[in-house]
Design a protein around this ligand. Structure first.
Ligand SMILES: *[C@@H]1O[C@H](CO)[C@@H](O)[C@H](O)[C@H]1NC(C)=O
Ligand SMILES: *[C@@H]1O[C@H](CO)[C@@H](O)[C@H](O)[C@H]1NC(C)=O
Ligand SMILES: *[C@@H]1O[C@H](CO)[C@@H](O)[C@H](O)[C@H]1NC(C)=O
Length: 832
C-alpha cells in the first residue's frame, strides 16, 4: 500500500501528516524526531509523549527508538468523522528537557470502503395501468457512508420498456431519482413489473448497491369484451324443435371484476327474428323459440353484442343457415275453371292447365306427377311446371257422363311427399244418339168390336242423350189399311207412345195390319228411327151359325126320303152349317131338340150326320120331323135351329116336294170337311190356351176353380185320321201339327170317348218357351204348297201377364174343289 505522505511543516513545532483511513497498524506516518529537528535519541531521552485531543482512543503512537509516528489502531474515517468532509486526528507531543509542545495533525483521508445502500431491499409501487406516459414516481436515494467521490455518483435502472430513471441532486449534494413512465402499463399484459435499480459511487474501485423496485399494475377498465369468433356460423334443419340450441357465443373481457363481467344481447333485431331466436344474456347461448321455415328465410344474420360492467361493448355476428327439409308436399293448381267439355271434342282437346309447385328446394322440390291410367286424359308438359290436360280418346257422354281425373304429384325428398287433386270434368251433350225402340217390332192383339179409344199397345224408344236431345216424340207413319188412311183406325200419344184405336175393328173384314211408328228426339237437327207394329184382331163370337143345308131361307120345306129298310146306324141325312167366326166361335155342335119319334134318330154332335138309332119298322110313322139346334162354342154361344123333314118311304113318288131338290152329297161333304177341320183345330187351340192358364196357375200353387172345367179338353175330339207329324220341325219349337191325310174323304170318324189323360201336360208347355213370335218362319212340311198366311198370332191377357200363342194357319188351295185347311199350332208360354 502506498501512502502519500504530506508533511506540512507547521511553524514552530506544528507537524501535519496525512494518511488514508484504514491504514494498517504499524504504518509509519512520519519520523517525528527528524521533523521536529531533534536527534533520534532524544525521543526516548526527552520522554516524548503523544496525547490525543478529544478522544479516548490513541490511534497512533511514537516509536521511541526510531522516532517514527506509527498507526496504532484501526482508523475508520466514517466512524471518526461521519459525513464530514474533512477528518483530522489532533495530537499533542510533549517533550521534556526542555519541555516542548508540538501539535501534530493527522489528516485522515477517505477511501472507498463503503458501498451505496438503499434504505430497504425492495421498493414497492402501485401504479394504475391508466397512468399516463411521463408520470413520475420518486424513488428514495441510496446512501454511501463514504464521502465525496466515493459517495453515490449515479443510478442505473434495469433496462425495461416502461420506465426510465431520472437522477436529481439536492442542495446537500445528495443524489436521488425518479421513475418516469415511458410506456403505458397494461395490467392485462403484465400485472407487475420488477426492476432492479443500481446505485454506484465514484470510488476506485467502484462500489454499488441495488434495490428491487416492484411495480404492481392496478387495473383500469381498459378492455372491451372480445368475442371468440368474429362470425359464428350455424346450420340448422328447418324442422328442429323449439328449444334447440343454435349456437353459443362467448366473449371474454380481460378486465377484472365488474369490468370483466360480460353480458350478451342482440343488436338491431327485427320483431320477427326476435320471435325466432332467444339469446341467453349470461351464457351467450342462442336457442330457437319458434319453428324455422326454409321456405320463408334461408338464412339469418344476427348481430350480437357483448358488454362489460362499465359499458364497453363489442360486436359479432351469427349467421344461421336454414337447411331445407322435405316438409312441403307438392301442390297442384288447376288453372282453368271450365270443367265442361263437349262429348264430340276430338282427341287432343285441351281441358285445363295444371300447375305443379313445391316450396321445397333441391330434390325436395323436384316434382313428378302421374295421372290415373283408366281415364282418356294425359298431361302434356307446357312451359316450366305448367301442364295441359288433354283428351287422348273420343269421349261419349252416354257411356261416361263425367270423369274424376286424379292427378298425383310426388317430390324426390326422402321420404317423398305427395298430394293428389281430382278434377271433376262433366261432358256436355251432343245429339249423337237416335231414339232406339226397346223391341225390334211390336205386336198387339185387339179383340174385334172394340170400343173406340181403347188402348191397344204402347211403344217405347229410349234416347240416352241429355234433355231435349234425348226427349222422344212418337208419330204414326202415314199409310193405308185396305184403302183407308191409318189415322182413321189408330192414334198415338206423341209423349207416351200409347197407341189407341180410333175405330172399332171387325175380324171378319181384316185380321191384321202393319204400320210404322217414328220416334224422333227434339235435338237440332233431330234424329229419328222407326219400328214396325203388327196389330192382330182377334175374333169374337159375333156371328150365329148359318145353316147351309137344309136351306132355312128356303120357304119350301126340304124333305129327305128314308128307305124303309134302313138299318140301325145308317146315315139318313146331314145338317150343314157354317159360322163366320173362327176358332171356338165357329166350332159348331148339333143337337136334336125335338123329334116326332125321339128314339128313332140321332145326330152326330159335330158332324151333323143324322143316323138311324134302330132299324126302322113298319110301325114307325112315315113322316118324321126333327128340329135341330146348331150352336157354336163361343162364349156366350150363339145358336140357330132348323127343321129336317124325313119321309120313310121306298117310293120317291110319295114325296112330290123332293123332285126339284137334287142333293149333292160330294159338295156337302166338302163343306163338312172344311168345317170339321176348322172346328177341330180351333178346339185344340182353345184347349191349349186353357191349359196354359191352368199351368200358369198351377205353378203359382193356386189353381183357380174356374179352370177346372175349362181344362177338360176333349182332345179325343181330334180327328183320328189326322196323322201327327213331328220331329221334322225345329226342336226349339214344339209344333203339334195335324194334317189331313186325304182330301174329300167323307168318312170322318170321331173318337167318342172323352179322356182327361190326353190333356197336354206341363212338359209340352215348357218345351214351347223358346218359340219366338213375330218371325216369319214357315212351318216345314207344307212349303210346297202355296202359303197364304205364314203366321198369325194371338194373345190372351191374364192378369198383368199374358200368354202368347203363335198359331200358324195354312190355307192350302186345291185346284178344283176349294180349300183344304191345314193348321199348325205353335204355342209359346211366357210373359210379355
Ligand atoms: C266424382 O266425384 C263426385 C264427388 O266428388 C261424385 O259425386 C261422382 O260420383 C264421381 N264421379 C265418378 C265418375 O266417379
Ligand atoms: C244437344 O245437342 C246439341 C248439339 O247437337 C248441343 O249444342 C246442345 O247443347 C245439347 N243440348 C243439351 C241440353 O245438352
Ligand atoms: C224407317 O227406317 C228404315 C231403316 O231403319 C228406313 O229405311 C226408312 O226410310 C224409315 N222409314 C221412315 C218412314 O222413316
Amino acid at each position: 500500500m502506498v501512502t502519500v505522505l504530506s508533511i506540512a511543516s507547521i511553524s514552530y513545532g506544528d507537524l501535519s501528516y496525512s494518511i488514508p483511513e484504514e491504514t494498517k497498524i504499524g504504518f509509519v506516518i512520519g519520523n517525528i524526531a527528524e521533523d521536529v529537528g531533534i536527534v533520534q535519541r532524544a525521543i526516548s531521552t526527552r520522554k516524548a509523549r503523544l496525547n490525543i485531543v478529544g478522544s479516548r482512543k490513541r490511534y497512533c503512537k511514537i516509536n521511541s527508538e526510531s522516532g517514527n509516528l506509527i498507526v496504532a489502531e484501526r482508523i475508520d474515517r466514517e466512524q471518526l468523522c461521519g459525513p464530514k468532509t474533512s477528518c483530522f486526528l489532533n495530537f499533542e507531543m510533549v517533550l521534556e528537557n526542555p519541555l516542548e509542545l508540538h501539535r501534530i495533525t493527522v489528516h485522515i483521508k477517505d477511501i472507498n470502503d463503503n458501498s451505496p445502500m438503499f434504505a430497504t431491499d425492495i421498493i414497492k409501487f402501485e401504479i394504475s395501468e391508466s397512468a399516463d406516459k411521463g408520470a413520475r414516481f420518486a424513488v428514495g436515494e441510496a446512501h454511501d457512508a463514504d464521502i465525496g467521490v466515493n459517495d453515490v455518483q449515479s443510478y442505473s435502472l434495469q433496462t425495461n420498456e416502461h420506465f426510465l430513471f431520472e437522477m436529481h441532486s439536492d442542495s446537500g449534494g445528495g443524489k436521488y431519482g425518479e421513475l418516469v413512465l415511458e410506456k403505458e402499463l397494461d395490467r392485462e399484459q403484465q400485472q407487475e413489473v420488477k426492476l432492479i435499480l443500481t446505485a454506484t459511487d465514484g470510488g476506485i474501485p467502484q462500489r454499488s448497491g441495488t434495490v428491487v423496485i416492484l411495480v404492481t399494475v392496478l387495473d383500469a377498465n381498459d378492455n372491451v369484451p372480445v368475442f371468440s369468433q368474429a362470425v359464428y356460423r350455424a346450420s340448422l334443419p328447418e324442422n328442429r324443435p323449439v328449444g334447440t340450441e343454435v349456437v353459443s357465443v362467448s366473449a371474454t373481457d380481460a378486465d377484472e371484476g365488474a369490468n370483466g363481467h360480460v353480458t350478451y344481447d342482440f343488436v338491431r333485431i327485427s320483431d320477427e327474428v326476435s320471435k325466432l331466436f332467444a339469446l341467453d344474456q349470461t351464457t351467450g347461448a342462442i336457442v330457437l323459440c319458434s319453428s324455422l321455415d326454409f321456405e320463408e328465410e334461408i338464412s339469418y344474420d344476427l348481430k350480437v353484442q357483448a358488454k362489460d360492467g362499465s359499458g364497453l361493448v363489442s360486436f359479432s355476428s351469427v349467421i344461421v343457415e336454414v337447411i331445407d327439409v322435405n316438409d312441403n308436399a307438392p301442390q297442384i293448381f288447376v288453372q282453368s275453371d271450365t270443367h265442361y267439355i263437349s262429348e264430340n271434342a276430338p282427341p287432343g282437346t285441351e281441358v285445363g292447365i295444371i300447375n305443379l309447385q313445391d316450396k321445397d328446394s333441391g330434390a325436395n322440390g323436384q316434382v313428378h306427377f302421374s295421372i290415373q291410367s283408366n281415364v282418356p286424359f294425359k298431361l302434356n308438359p307446357s312451359i316450366k311446371n305448367y301442364y295441359s290436360l288433354v283428351t287422348t280418346a273420343e269421349l261419349d257422354r252416354e257411356l261416361v257422363p263425367q270423369y274424376n281425373i286424379t292427378i298425383t304429384a310426388a317430390d324426390e325428398g326422402t321420404p317423398p311427399l305427395s298430394s293428389a287433386k281430382t278434377i271433376h270434368l262433366i261432358l256436355s251433350d251432343v245429339n249423337d244418339n237416335p231414339p232406339e225402340f226397346e223391341e225390334l217390332s211390336y205386336s198387339a192383339f185387339v179383340t174385334e168390336n172394340n170400343k173406340p179409344g181403347t188402348s191397344i199397345c204402347s211403344v217405347t224408344a229410349r234416347d240416352p242423350d241429355f234433355r231435349q236431345n234425348g226427349t222422344v216424340f212418337y208419330f204414326l207413319v202415314s199409310s193405308e189399311v185396305q184403302g183407308v188412311l191409318l189415322s182413321s183406325f189408330l192414334s198415338i200419344n206423341g209423349d207416351t207412345g200409347v197407341i189407341r184405336a180410333v175405330a172399332s175393328f171387325d175380324y171378319e173384314k181384316f185380321r191384321s195390319f202393319t204400320f210404322q211408328v217414328l220416334a224422333r228426339d227434339s235435338g237440332s237437327p233431330p234424329l229419328s228411327s222407326n219400328v214396325t207394329v203388327h196389330i192382330f184382331i182377334t175374333d169374337e163370337n159375333d156371328n150365329s151359325p148359318q145353316i147351309l143345308y137344309p136351306a132355312p131361307e128356303d120357304k119350301s120345306f126340304m124333305t129327305e126320303v128314308v128307305p124303309k129298310a134302313v138299318l140301325s146306324g145308317s146315315l139318313v141325312s146331314k145338317v150343314i152349317a157354317v159360322d163366320a167366326d173362327s176358332g171356338q166361335n165357329a166350332w159348331l155342335s148339333y143337337q136334336i131338340v125335338k123329334s116326332t119319334d125321339p128314339g128313332l134318330f140321332t145326330i152326330g154332335v159335330h158332324s151333323g150326320e143324322i143316323r138311324a138309332r134302330r132299324d126302322i119298322s113298319e110301325s114307325d110313322s112315315t113322316k118324321q120331323n126333327l128340329i135341330i139346334s146348331v150352336k157354336d162354342n163361343g162364349n156366350p154361344p150363339l145358336s140357330t135351329t132348323c127343321t129336317v123333314f124325313l119321309i120313310i118311304s121306298d117310293d120317291l113318288a110319295d114325296v112330290p116336294e123332293l123332285k126339284d131338290m137334287p142333293y149333292e152329297q160330294s159338295s156337302s161333304n166338302l163343306t163338312s170337311y172344311l168345317i170339321i177341320a176348322l172346328v177341330s183345330v180351333t178346339t185344340l187351340f182353345m184347349s191349349f190356351i186353357i191349359l196354359i192358364f191352368a199351368v200358369r196357375y198351377c205353378r203359382r200353387g193356386k189353381p183357380r176353380p174356374i179352370f177346372d172345367g175349362a181344362v177338360a179338353i176333349p182332345s179325343g175330339y181330334l180327328p183320328k185320321n189326322y196323322a201327327e207329324f213331328d220331329g221334322t220341325l225345329r226342336s226349339s219349337c214344339n209344333y203339334d201339327a195335324y194334317l189331313t191325310t186325304g182330301s174329300r174323304t167323307s168318312d170322318f170318324k170321331f173318337l167318342s170317348s172323352y179322356n182327361e189323360n190326353t190333356m197336354l201336360t206341363d212338359q209340352t208347355l215348357k218345351m214351347n218357351t223358346n218359340c219366338p213370335i213375330g218371325k216369319s218362319e214357315l212351318c216345314p212340311g207344307v212349303v210346297e204348297e202355296s202359303v197364304e198366311f205364314p203366321e198369325t198370332a194371338q194373345s190372351v191377357a191374364l192378369d198383368q201377364h199374358s200368354v202368347r200363342v203363335c198359331h200358324c194357319t195354312y190355307l192350302v188351295w186345291e185346284e178344283q174343289n176349294g180349300i183344304e185347311m191345314v193348321e199348325i199350332a205353335r204355342f209359346v208360354a211366357g210373359s210379355i
